[in-house]
Design a protein around this ligand. Structure first.
Ligand SMILES: [Zn+2]
Ligand SMILES: [Zn+2]
Length: 154
């Protein structure tokens, strides 16, 4: 609850500093995110708010939330964008399965530190750190290579 309230405060602050209006629709988009799965698509936000908020407003507001650092785009190797909440989240990395699309999360603190250290050494101003690997999850590997693994195991 307080985390969501903090996110709202941060968003209102961002909108004001950017010279944008604090509208009910924009706040509704942010609030809708707390009821969605960790990784979501813009269409899910729109469905949660339909018909009160138009799809165009949802997309634009997600862009604003991204710029405000409250949401980030997650590249899952699919044509349409996925997002996730940044507020109320621990640093974490993703393992994205290219077969079934599931996203496994793992603690990302130490990986983040490596990127931050490199950035500091380069005098690089860091905006975002993405820790992500692509491949085939254990379930899909099992389904796919069952026979072959059985042979190897013999
Ligand atoms: Zn999979
Ligand atoms: Zn995630």
């Amino acid at each position: 609850m307080s985390r969501a309230a903090n996110a709202q405060e941060a968003f209102v602050d961002f909108l004001r500093k950017s010279g944008l209006n604090v509208t009910r629709s924009r706040l509704a988009v942010l609030q809708a995110l707390t009821g969605l799965p960790q990784h979501f698509e813009a269409a899910q936000v729109w469905m949660a708010l339909h018909p009160r908020v138009s799809p165009a407003t949802v997309y634009r507001t997600l862009e604003l939330l991204e710029r405000a650092g409250l949401v980030r785009k997650v590249e899952l190797g699919e044509a349409h964008a996925h997002y996730e909440r940044v507020f109320g989240q621990e640093d974490h990395g993703h393992l994205v399965c290219r077969v079934c699309g599931q996203v496994l999360e793992f603690p990302g603190k130490s990986a983040r530190r490596v990127v931050e250290k490199a950035a500091a050494e380069e005098g690089f101003e860091l905006n975002e750190v993405v820790i992500q690997g692509y491949g085939i999850c254990a379930d899909c590997r099992k389904a796919r290579y069952n026979c072959r693994e059985a042979e190897v195991a013999e």
